[in-house]
Every structure is written in structure tokens, then in C-alpha cells.
Write a protein that binds this ligand. Structure first.
Ligand code: SUG
Length: 416
């Protein structure tokens, strides 16, 4: 066995658009009605994957789900009198944010020694609630090896679950037993708390996690109110490092203490609110970064380009690099099309610790396949979608056809 972290990025679907569907997600609301550029969006995503592969890291892909969702349109009897948010939901390419596809507990953490995955039910937002069955079907193909993977059904729908975006793992190395931390929101605020505590607890039980190595932590309601609709907008963990904003957790000191007690080698990299305000952190998505261990053992932070444009964020990052903390490299990437819907570099990937030999190879990426993807996207993904195009039958046909070409290219007809 050769376990390693594999990042499975969602390929941005050909229906990518800005419909302002996510209450509490400031970028989604502020770009509502803008024209979108699906081709550019998907190419930005592949460029990020290539840049990470060039660092010597393992990379996988997950495919866009079938959109527009014709069955949903039919079941809601959507016609010209229906609220515009309904056809927009059926057209959403939101499955690109695979950090919300599932929660993943690597094999060393679980009672049966398999890597456990639970697809997220995403019930809070109607456009996302349609994802999990198709996501589960896809995960069942990618991780079909039952000796190494256990795939659960989503948590029943009364308890909202948004997957890995609200889950952190601390460990000495990806292949060793870790501490899993689930971050939930308390309902009742201005914006929905999308992760329910009982969903997190159910996932931990389903995965057979050791209660001594599992923590449940409340997200700061102030962070949710400021637009951090998932914990991964204000915190990210990798191996022994927690990179976090001062206002990420409801009870800051207690949370840090509990993690440090369960995982004594914790290294905390905390950004004070007085240096980077919560608003600036959310605008730039500083914490929605990929915190990666490079083959050299050093850690790199893959941040959105937007971080470079913020003087407070960029000077904090420069100061961090000048010091001697655990994060030794900062790599800005352009994922602006996804960012405008509230999805940064970390939203676009699902982390799975596994031996790549146990994963269906059709979901693993190499340079040659990345080039093929780029050519296919350049040829088939719509260049631009305007709000008035949502619902257009000819465009819907082009979008379905584009996805089918992708299935053909990756030899995945079973996802048709
Ligand atoms: O669920 N945006 C997504 C962004 C998800 C980001 N994921 C993580 N933080 N892990 C969401 O709010 C916007 C769609 C629209 O408005 O058209 C949207 O769904």
C-alpha cells in the first residue's frame, strides 16, 4: 500500500452560470445575473490541477453532473410562470465544488481499516440538494474497490450536511491515524447554518471513527453572518497545521485547546482579525486555500489570485513567508470564474487519502489526459451564458452533448 493524498477536482460543467442561488454566500449574491464564461471557468480549473500536478502531487477528477436536470424540471412542472430560481437550479453547475461532494475518513482513522465516504445531502440549498444521488453514483464507480473503500448513503434529509468543507483532519502524515474535527453551525442566525451538528455526528458514527480521536466544534455565528457559509472559508488543516482566522470558531480558545489536547503536535497558524478582517478574509478567500504537503515535505498554500490584490492579505502572507512557520510557499491561482460564485481553490477539490492503485484509473489525471480535457473543453463548452439563456432548449442540448463527449473521452459511459 502506498497511501497518499489525492485531490479530486470537480471539472467545471458546461452550464456554469451566476444565478445568485446561495443565500449567505456573498460572492454568489453579488454576481447574480452576470454573464458567465463556462469555457474559461473549466480551463481555469484544469490549469489549477496541472499546476498542482507539476508540484509532484497526485490529482484526480470528478465529472460534472447531468445538467440541466430535466427530471427536476419535470417534477417541479417548471414553465414560464415558475420562479426563475427553479430553472436556474436545474441548470446549476454547482457539483464543481467537490469539497461538498462527501466527507472522507481515511483508512487509518476507521474501525474497519477502509476509507469511508458519505455523500453530502446538501439539503439547505435547493440547487445543491439535487446533487447527492448522482454524486454517490459517481463515487461508487471511482471507489468501487470494496476492500479499500466503504461508501455510505447521505445522512437523512432533516440534518443538513455539506461534506468535507466542514471537516478537518490532523495527522503526522496522511497515511497515519488522525484526529477528525467536524465543524457545525448553530441555526437561528441571519443566514442558514448549512452544517447540522447531528449530521456531523452521524457521519462520524457511520465511518466508525474513534470517539477519542473525533471532535465536534461549533463555527462562529459571526463568521456565518459575515458570509463564511462553510468552515473552509475561514480555516484549513493539513497534517499537523491548522491555518485559521481568529474569528473562525464560536469558542476560539477552547477549540484550539481541544484540538491540541487530542493532537499535541498541532501547529497553529492564526491570522488576527486586526490584521486581516473577517470581511477581507471572505472577500479574498485566503483560507479557502489548498494547504498541501509537497514531496520535499514542505507545505505550500495555493491561494486565489484575489489574495494578491488585497494589501492586508498579501502583506500578511509575505510576513508569514519571511518568518519560520510551517507554510513555506504561497502559490496564487486564477479561479476567478468559480470565485465569483463563492468557490475558491479548496472548494474545487475533494481530498481522499488512498493508494492510487485502488482508485478507478479513469478518475486519475496525468499531463496527457489534462491536455485532452483542455482540447475537449475548448471545443465543446459554451463560451458565455447570459441569464436569459437559462432555459434555452438549443443551449440545453449543447450542454448535454458537451458532457457526453467528456464521458466518451474518459471512457465513463456508465455515468451517462
Ligand atoms: O454552495 N455556490 C456554492 C459555493 C460552494 C463553495 N464550497 C465550499 N466552500 N467548499 C454554494 O454556495 C452559487 C450558485 C449560484 O448562485 O448560481 C453556489 O452554489
Amino acid at each position: 500500500m502506498n497511501p497518499m493524498e489525492i485531490n479530486f477536482d470537480g471539472i467545471v460543467g458546461p452550464s456554469h452560470n451566476y444565478a445568485g442561488l446561495s443565500l449567505g454566500n456573498i460572492a454568489s449574491a453579488s454576481h447574480k445575473g452576470d454573464p458567465s464564461y463556462p469555457r474559461a471557468a473549466a480551463l481555469q480549473g484544469v490549469a489549477k490541477m496541472r499546476s498542482n500536478m507539476a508540484l509532484g502531487l497526485a490529482q484526480g477528477v470528478l465529472l460534472p453532473l447531468p445538467r440541466p436536470n430535466d427530471a427536476l424540471l419535470e417534477r417541479l412542472a417548471v414553465d414560464e410562470t415558475a420562479d426563475r430560481a427553479l430553472p436556474a437550479a436545474a441548470w446549476s453547475a454547482s457539483s464543481m465544488w467537490t469539497a461538498n461532494a462527501a466527507t472522507v475518513s481515511p483508512a487509518p482513522d476507521t474501525a474497519d481499516g477502509r476509507c469511508h465516504l458519505t455523500p453530502a445531502n446538501l439539503i439547505t440549498m435547493p440547487h445543491r440538494a439535487q446533487e447527492w444521488r448522482d454524486t454517490a453514483a459517481q463515487l461508487a464507480v471511482a471507489f468501487a474497490d470494496k476492500k479499500h473503500f466503504a461508501l455510505h448513503k447521505a445522512v437523512p434529509s432533516s440534518f443538513g450536511d455539506e461534506g468535507a468543507a466542514n471537516h478537518m483532519r490532523f495527522c503526522d502524515g496522511h497515511g497515519t491515524k488522525g484526529i477528525e474535527v467536524f465543524v457545525y453551525g448553530r441555526p437561528g442566525g441571519k443566514f442558514p447554518a448549512r452544517q447540522h451538528e447531528q449530521a456531523s455526528r452521524a457521519v462520524a458514527r457511520l465511518h466508525g471513527l474513534d470517539p477519542e480521536h473525533t471532535l465536534f466544534v461549533e463555527q462562529n455565528p459571526e463568521a456565518i453572518e459575515a458570509g463564511a457559509f462553510h468552515n473552509d472559508v475561514v480555516s484549513v488543516a493539513n497534517e499537523r497545521v491548522l491555518f485559521t482566522h481568529e474569528l473562525a470558531f464560536a469558542d476560539r480558545q477552547n477549540t484550539h485547546d481541544r484540538i491540541a489536547e487530542a493532537f499535541p503536535s498541532l501547529e497553529l497558524v492564526e491570522v488576527p482579525d486586526s490584521t486581516v478582517s473577517l470581511a477581507e478574509a471572505i472577500k479574498t478567500y485566503l483560507f479557502n486555500a489548498q494547504l498541501l504537503t509537497l514531496p520535499s515535505g514542505e507545505m505550500a498554500l495555493v491561494v486565489p489570485e484575489e489574495c494578491r490584490e488585497s494589501s492586508s492579505v498579501w502583506s500578511w502572507l509575505e510576513g508569514m513567508l519571511a518568518g519560520n512557520g510551517p507554510i513555506r510557499k504561497v502559490i496564487p491561482v486564477d479561479v476567478r470564474q468559480s470565485m465569483a460564485n463563492g468557490g475558491g481553490p479548496a472548494c474545487l477539490r475533494l481530498r481522499v487519502v488512498a493508494d492510487p492503485a485502488t482508485v478507478d484509473p479513469r478518475f486519475l489525471l496525468d499531463e496527457a489526459k489534462a491536455e485532452q480535457l483542455e482540447a475537449l473543453i475548448a471545443e465543446n463548452w459554451p463560451e458565455q451564458i447570459d441569464p436569459a439563456d437559462i432555459g434555452n432548449a438549443a443551449l440545453a442540448g449543447d450542454i448535454h452533448a458537451a458532457r457526453h463527449k467528456l464521458l466518451e473521452k474518459l471512457a465513463l459511459p456508465e455515468l451517462g
